[in-house]
Design a binder for this molecule. Structure first.
Ligand code: RAM
Length: 340
């Protein structure tokens, strides 16, 4: 499986197989008669982020199918401290499960443990939280592959040579930090020896802040050849800034982006290649998982598996990590196939 995903990630060979995604195909036919009516609280890093809105679309489809209710709410700022208030509120309001993408794995852990002590089932998705503060992490594609791929996407566009910077999300986000860690591992390979990481900046998944940081990077590093933004907010802001500055070919932008936000930059040849996964499907699988935990079908033990509705079989791995979705790479040749 992993090898196939890698092929998809690095090339574009198998992409058409999964074009529409699972959630996109879930319509009224998927509605089940067994309305259990669980109340699930979906708590992303922040509101107003198109990535999480897309995850909510898939989440609502799963909820409809299962007869559950999903409430989607979060702070407007990608702040862990602010997420704590939302966790406490969800508990007070009698939610049966919380699905969270953490802005900081540890800062939200005590509140999540308080929730668990009251019988609330805690699942993380997208960005993990401390492993003892959740039952299952519905994970993104293999972190190492995603980190390595981003370095290669940039390298292949700049002749594997020159200075580049990383524009990330919150400095404490577990998903971004894991990818950055693997980018640094990748950079030790001989293939990348002439690529130099000059700076890492954190835009907190705030569009204005990320744009300002991208501008600052171009000013501070006149020889900058590229920006890797492992965040959908950061890559969209960077592409906009670079295009406005007429620097598309001088400073290559890549990383993780939503096809819907990046399409215009790809069409104008400003951005050549970037990646992500089907984020609607991620939300869909997360709700399916929460429902299965609530129904007692999953306890988070390695080796357990279940059918995540139309997404098919998913298996819990070590430390409760369950890969939710496979990765994709996007280019001008395939971007129109992706609607999220
Ligand atoms: C942003 C968020 C999210 C991340 C994507 C790639 O929308 O930081 O957590 O998974 O980018």
């Amino acid at each position: 499986m992993r090898r196939k995903w890698l092929a998809v990630l690095f090339g574009v060979g198998a992409v058409t197989v999964v074009t529409a995604g699972i959630a996109a195909g879930v319509g009224s036919a998927g509605q089940s008669a067994t309305a259990k009516g669980y109340k699930i609280y979906l708590l992303p890093k922040n509101l107003g982020n198109p990535y999480f809105n897309a995850s909510n679309k898939g989440a609502q489809k799963a909820a409809k199918e299962l007869g559950d209710t999903v409430t989607y709410n979060a702070p407007t700022e990608a702040s862990a401290t602010k997420q704590v208030t939302f966790i406490d509120t969800a508990v007070r309001q009698g939610y049966n499960a919380i699905i969270i993408s953490g802005n900081d794995p540890n800062a939200v852990a005590p509140a999540l443990k308080r929730a668990a002590a009251k019988g609330v089932k805690v699942i993380s998705y997208d960005a993990d939280v401390a492993s003892d503060a959740r039952i299952i992490y519905v994970s993104l594609p293999d972190l190492r592959s995603v980190g390595f791929a981003q370095v290669d996407w940039l390298g292949s566009q700049i002749g594997y040579k020159g200075e580049f910077a990383i524009l990330s999300a919150a400095a404490t986000a577990a998903n971004q930090n894991a990818w950055i860690k693997y980018m640094k591992v990748a950079l030790k390979q001989p293939k990348y020896k002439n690529m130099k990481l000059v700076k890492i900046v954190y835009g907190d998944d705030n569009d204005a802040k990320s744009a300002q940081l991208a501008q600052g990077l171009m000013q501070a590093y006149p020889n900058l050849k590229g920006i890797i933004a492992p965040t959908t907010v950061g890559i969209a802001a960077s592409a906009r800034v670079v295009q406005q500055a007429n620097k598309c070919s001088a400073v290559r932008v890549t990383g993780l982006g939503l096809p819907s936000q990046m399409r215009k930059y790809v069409k104008s040849d400003c951005v050549k290649k970037f990646g992500l996964w089907n984020v609607e499907d991620l939300g869909y699988v997360a709700v399916q998982t929460a429902d299965a935990v609530l129904a007692g079908k999953l306890t988070g033990k390695a080796g357990e598996s279940f059918t995540a509705g139309k997404a098919g079989k998913r298996t819990v791995g070590k430390k409760g990590v369950m890969i939710g979705v496979p990765p994709f790479a996007f280019t001008k040749g395939n971007i129109d196939q992706f609607k999220f």
